[in-house]
Design a protein around this ligand. Structure first.
Ligand SMILES: [Zn+2]
Length: 344
């Protein structure tokens, strides 16, 4: 199957900064680019921000961010093709209030209200045809979230209307028991297909490998996955019974079955990331995995490296939207019902 895509995805920082940092996005864009340049030569930043006083609350009903308007419009009902807008967030890290990560140079960025101010206009632009996927590490990182064992962050994700989330390495920080309580609280599934009980072919009971969503008459399979670095990027004792297997092999093994079950689109929400290099290349765990994916995969919503990604590797679009609610990614896939494939 050929994979032709409209390059119709975008990281949308404009609205996020309106109430907090500056009147437009230039300041945030400059900060994010400077941070991206810094980490090109280093290990990915894992800065999860400090508490900062709230500077205000984003107004609801604000105009659609300008970046959104350059995304393709929804198609009229009855068209041969349909457009599904995937909203990607990741590495919220408990940022209920705006935070001041070191790279923000003293400015406050992100937060729950800011993220909502991004998400709602996308939902309004593609009514009934949005899917909100979160790339994981939702809970760990601020006093307000940590003191509630992540409960406050899951309340936010529920209110935002997240449809599915990847299990991030920091989801294990407070033990499997706490994670299971958070999973029960969440109104959406936590997904990971590459976690197995050591030495067996069995997934732990709490590790749901994929979920089915339906939008605009399409059946969409969402596979989850988790960074293979998890055994040393959370409390090791908490994940000692488990192994985190190769992401590409996991995806390749699942896709044919999902297609046979009638998936029109298959997407991956994964807590593993990468870094765009200046010359158009991408490196990192998710780029390596994408290069080895041989089955049809329509989109990757990534996380973990806190980077902005809007790129294509091996024909697969990959997005990631910084961290802490500072940005969201929007990827609009156009699906041709007659040809039964994405294209553009
Ligand atoms: Zn992470």
């Amino acid at each position: 199957m050929s994979r032709g895509y409209e390059r119709s995805w975008r990281i949308v920082p404009e609205a996020a900064v309106a109430g907090y940092v500056a009147a437009d996005s230039e300041r945030l864009t400059e900060l994010l680019e400077r941070e991206a340049a810094r980490i090109q030569g280093e290990a990915p930043a894992q800065n999860i921000g400090r508490e900062a006083p709230a500077q205000g609350v984003a107004e609801s009903g604000r105009d659609a961010p300008p970046g959104l308007l350059s995304l393709p419009p929804p198609l009229p009902a009855g068209s041969d093709s349909v457009r599904i807008a995937f909203i990607g967030t990741n590495d919220f890290h408990g940022a209920l209030e705006p935070t001041t990560p070191v790279w923000a140079d003293g400015d406050t960025i992100g937060g729950a209200a800011t993220m909502a101010a991004y998400v709602r206009p996308v939902e309004a632009r593609y009514p009934g045809a949005t899917i909100h996927l979160d790339g994981g590490d939702q809970m760990q990182g601020t006093v307000i979230s940590n003191l509630s064992g992540g409960r406050a962050s899951i309340d936010v994700m529920n209110a935002l209307g997240v449809d599915a989330a990847a299990i991030g390495n920091h989801e294990f920080d407070w033990s499997i028991d706490t994670l299971e309580v958070r999973m029960a609280q969440a109104e959406y599934p936590f997904l990971s297909a590459n976690i197995f009980v050591k030495g067996t072919g069995e997934r732990p009971e709490w590790a749901v490998p994929y979920a089915w969503l339906e939008r605009a008459g399409l059946r969409i399979a969402v596979i989850g996955a988790t960074t293979t670095s998890t055994p040393y990027t959370t409390m090791p004792a908490n994940v000692e019974p488990y192994e985190f297997r190769d992401i590409a092999q996991t995806v390749n093994a699942l896709v044919p079955g999902l297609k046979a079950e009638g998936a029109d689109l298959v997407v991956l929400v994964v807590h593993a990331g990468g870094i765009e290099e200046g010359h158009g290349g991408v490196r990192g765990e998710i780029a390596d995995a994408a290069r080895r994916i041989t089955e049809p995969l329509d989109l990757i919503v990534s996380g973990h490296t806190h980077t902005r990604l809007q790129t294509v590797v091996n024909g697969i679009p990959i997005v990631q939207a910084a961290s802490s609610g500072a940005a969201v990614a929007v990827a609009v896939l156009t699906y041709d019902r007659a040809a039964r494939r994405t294209g553009g």
